[in-house]
Ligand binder design. Structure first.
Ligand code: CP3
Length: 374
């Protein structure tokens, strides 16, 4: 093979095998199978570009700040009435093409008995970090009953969404381990990156546990009505390709294996993953989420044109004057045409201080007939 040429990645089937979903699931009963999001996730090009935003439910919305007053983040996540209502808020306001279930990547850890809290302005913080073989041996299984508030929140959100698909999500084992090993948010995840080499047996046991906990969280959301899922490996960009492939990817594969038999589209996303895109796709997903550090046409060149792409408006541009932002969004849409299909999104989550009207305007632009579609 010539220098610079890459071996083809294994092709993914675009025919969904949905036999194991309940008859009342929105992909089966006709509500979401032909939605623009699901069509694009399967590699079709619908007549308008589907668009949703990571972190669309949350602090950028005044109605979110109002409904959250007086409850902690984790309490809100475990209250089906609140989690479903917060999930619906951005769909009503912006007219996005998908809801994403309102929760957090550490919720399944909490449900498995981990002492974790979400500290406002900081993020997830553990009572005690999980670092030694004994720490890992003391981890408990996630019992299915514990996921009941998640399943109920999803079911309520799905009922409210009608023909708009709900995306379920979970954190990937490495990003969860970045919190578990550090005991809280960290800049470079150094302790986690040391543990994988210093004590590989403990690392493997920890990631294997995290894969099953986060996989069960994904499965509960799909069975309760989510039409697609996204695996967030937000912090994986701190790894080399070889560390990712040998010490992380098998566990990300193990996590999504919990939903493979359900046949729903799986999206994989991380930040700073330009060098990892092919390895992240190769765990067996359908769609790659791309952050704003590489253009979509370059991501498509690296992955091959048959891979649907999601992304990648620079969140920093949301506060720029509209003509600047509009030109950027049009450029993202144009570059997205390099791929077989494109789902417009940000390169990472909505910053809390974002003017929500700007997000609505982006949705209108994506749906406008004047935007050229392939
Ligand atoms: O606007 C909001 O931030 C709403 C509420 C909230 C969420 N998580 C919702 C969430 C809050 C306060 C958190 C805490 C938290 N958890 C933070 C932010 C710390 C802060 O205050 O700025 C972080 C970084 C975490 C850990 C986490 N949660 C990660 C790494 C991810 C993956 C996505 C990403 O941003 O990289 C999550 C997922 C998450 N948290 C979702 C939601 C609604 C789901 C994904 C989505 O909506 O796109």
């Amino acid at each position: 093979m010539a220098v610079g040429q890459r071996s083809p990645l294994p092709a993914r089937s675009t025919i969904l095998n949905l036999v194991n979903l309940p008859a009342s699931h929105p992909l089966i009963d006709g509500r979401t199978a032909d939605s623009s999001l699901i069509r694009a996730y399967r590699g079709d090009r619908p007549s308008t570009t589907p668009v949703w935003f990571m972190r669309q439910a949350g602090r950028s919305l005044p109605e979110y700040r109002a409904i959250r007053a007086g409850s902690t983040m984790l309490d809100a996540c475990l209250d089906p009435e609140l989690s479903s209502e917060i999930t619906l808020q951005p769909v009503r306001r912006h007219g996005v093409d998908a809801g994403i279930f309102f929760s957090d990547i550490v919720v399944p850890l909490k449900l498995a008995g981990i002492d974790v809290d979400i500290v406002p302005g900081r993020g997830p913080v553990l009572g005690a970090p999980i670092r030694s073989a004994a720490d890992v041996a003391s981890l408990r299984r996630l019992e299915l009953d514990a996921l009941a508030p998640i399943a109920e929140g999803v079911a309520r959100a799905v009922a409210g969404l009608g023909t708009t698909p709900l995306i379920g999500f979970a954190g990937a084992p490495f990003t969860l381990a970045a919190y578990l090993v550090e005991g809280g948010p960290s800049k470079d995840h150094l302790r986690a990156r040391t543990l994988m080499h210093a004590d590989p047996a403990t690392w493997d046991a920890l990631l294997g546990w995290a894969a099953d906990v986060t996989g069960a969280f994904l499965r509960a959301q799909v069975l309760a009505g989510a039409s697609a899922v996204q695996l967030f490996d937000s912090w994986v960009g701190s790894l080399s390709v070889s560390d990712y492939e040998s010490r992380v990817a098998p566990f990300s594969h193990q996590a999504i294996a919990h939903v493979t038999d359900l046949g729903i589209p799986v999206v994989h996303f991380g930040v700073g993953t330009g060098e990892l895109l092919r390895s992240m796709y190769a765990i067996g997903v359908d769609v790659m989420g791309v952050d704003d550090r590489i253009p979509l046409d370059e991501a498509s060149r690296r992955l091959g044109a048959s891979v649907p792409l999601q992304g990648n408006i620079n969140p920093a541009m949301l506060a720029a004057p509209w003509p600047v932002l509009e030109a950027h969004v049009r450029d993202v849409i144009t570059r997205g045409r390099a791929a077989t299909s494109h789902i417009l999104n940000l390169g990472h989550g909505v910053p809390p201080e974002t003017d929500p009207d700007v997000l609505t305007r982006i949705v209108q632009l994506a749906h406008a007939p004047s935007v050229v579609h392939a």
